[in-house]
Write a new protein. Structure first.
Length: 345
C-alpha cells in the first residue's frame, strides 16, 4: 500500500450480494461448529504460565531478577485478553450466562478491565468498522485517522497530530492503563448490567496485583516492574489491533450497506503462519473474524481459503500483508493524516 493522504473512499465492487453465499459455504464446511479442544489448551497454557510467573516472583523476592518476569507477565496478560475476546464473541460458549461468567473472569478479575464496557465498545466497532461517526476505534482522540478530523485541532492536540506517526509506538506504552481507566470511568456511571459485580472484581484484581508487587519487591523494583509490565502490555495490545483496520478505507454508502463489503474492504489480514496466529491471538485473520465473529479461532484459516477465493472470483480487494509492512502502512497513514496541520504550521 502506498502513502495514503486519507483512507480511500471506495465505490461498489461486488456485482451481487456475496454474504449469503459465503455464509452458506462456511456452514457447509462445518466451520461454524464449536472447537472446545483448542480453547481448553489455551485455558491450561494461560493458567500454567500465570502460575509460573507468580512462582518466579516468590523465588526472586526482593531481587532485580524479577524484572524480566514483567515482560513474561505482559505476554501472559495479553494472551488472557485474547481468550477474553473470543469468549465475548461466544466462540467458547454459545450460552449467554456462561459467556458472561467467563468474560468477567478474564476481563475484570484477571485483566482489570470492564467486560461490559469493552463488549459494548467492541460490538459498535464490529457493526460499522472504520465508520468515523459510529466506530469508537476511529473516533478522533489522542490520535486521528482521517484528515477530516484535523479541523479544530489546536495546541497540544495539534502538536501530537502533526507528529502522531513518530509518537504512535511510544504512546502505546500507556494503552493498558488507558483501557483500565476507561473501564473504571464507565463503571462510575449507571448503565452496565453487571455493574457492581464488575466493580468488585476489578477491586479484587487491583488489590491482588498491588499486594503481589508490594510483598515480593522493594518499592523501586515494584515501580519498575509495573512500568515494564503495563508498558509492554500496552505495546503488545496495540501492535495486535492496530494493523487490522488503521489506514483501510472509509466506505461509500453503497459499500457500507453491503455486509460482505463492509467487513472485507475495511479489514487487513496479517500473514505469518502458526507463530503469528498465536502471537496475534487469531486477529491476523481479521477479515474472516469480522465476517464471522462467533467462528472459533481454530477454524479461521480454513475460512480464509473460502473467503479469499470468493474475493478473487468477484474482484473484491482482499488485503493481506506481512506484519512489518502492515505496521509501515499504519505509520505512513498516520503521518499522511497529520499533513494538513504540518502544512499549516
Amino acid at each position: 500500500m502506498s502513502t495514503l493522504p486519507t483512507p480511500a473512499r471506495t465505490t461498489p465492487t461486488a456485482p451481487r450480494p456475496l454474504y449469503p453465499e459465503v455464509v452458506g459455504a462456511v456452514r457447509a464446511a462445518g466451520l461454524m461448529d464449536r472447537r472446545l479442544g483448542p480453547y481448553l489448551v489455551h485455558f491450561a497454557v494461560n493458567a500454567v504460565a500465570l502460575l509460573v510467573v507468580l512462582a518466579a516472583l516468590l523465588v526472586w523476592r526482593d531481587s532485580w531478577w524479577v524484572l524480566p518476569w514483567a515482560a513474561v507477565l505482559a505476554v501472559v496478560s495479553v494472551q488472557i485478553g485474547f481468550l477474553g475476546h473470543d469468549i465475548a464473541h461466544r466462540q467458547v460458549s454459545r450460552r449467554a450466562r456462561t459467556a458472561t461468567l467467563l468474560g468477567l473472569l478474564h476481563a475484570n478479575l484477571l485483566s482489570g478491565l470492564s467486560y461490559g464496557w469493552w463488549v459494548d465498545k467492541h460490538n459498535a466497532h464490529h457493526a460499522h468498522p472504520n465508520d468515523l461517526e459510529t466506530d469508537p476505534d476511529v473516533r478522533a482522540g489522542v490520535l486521528i485517522f482521517d484528515t477530516s478530523q484535523t479541523r479544530g485541532r489546536r495546541g497540544l492536540a495539534a502538536l501530537v497530530t502533526r507528529h502522531q506517526a513518530w509518537l504512535f509506538f511510544p504512546m502505546l506504552t500507556f494503552e493498558a492503563v488507558n483501557l483500565y481507566v476507561a473501564g473504571i470511568r464507565s463503571l462510575l456511571r449507571p448503565g452496565l448490567r453487571h455493574r457492581w459485580a464488575e466493580v468488585a472484581l476489578i477491586v479484587v484484581h487491583t488489590a491482588a496485583y498491588l499486594t503481589l508487587v508490594v510483598t515480593t519487591m522493594t518499592w523501586a523494583q515494584g515501580l519498575v516492574f509495573v512500568a515494564i509490565h503495563q508498558g509492554l502490555r500496552g505495546i503488545y495490545l496495540g501492535v495486535s489491533f492496530a494493523p487490522n483496520h488503521k489506514g483501510m478505507p472509509v466506505l461509500s454508502r453503497a459499500d457500507e450497506a453491503d455486509p460482505f463489503l463492509r467487513q472485507v474492504l475495511t479489514s487487513r489480514n496479517i500473514r505469518g503462519g502458526p507463530v503469528v496466529d498465536w502471537a496475534l491471538g487469531g486477529l491476523n485473520y481479521q477479515i474472516e473474524h469480522h465476517l464471522f465473529p462467533s467462528m472459533a479461532r481454530a477454524n479461521l484459516p480454513r475460512a480464509q481459503v473460502i473467503v479469499r477465493a470468493l474475493c478473487e472470483r468477484d474482484a473484491v480487494p482482499y488485503v493481506e500483508a506481512s506484519a512489518r509492512s502492515s505496521y509501515a502502512d499504519v505509520l505512513r497513514h498516520l503521518h499522511a493524516v497529520g499533513a494538513p496541520l504540518r502544512t499549516a504550521t
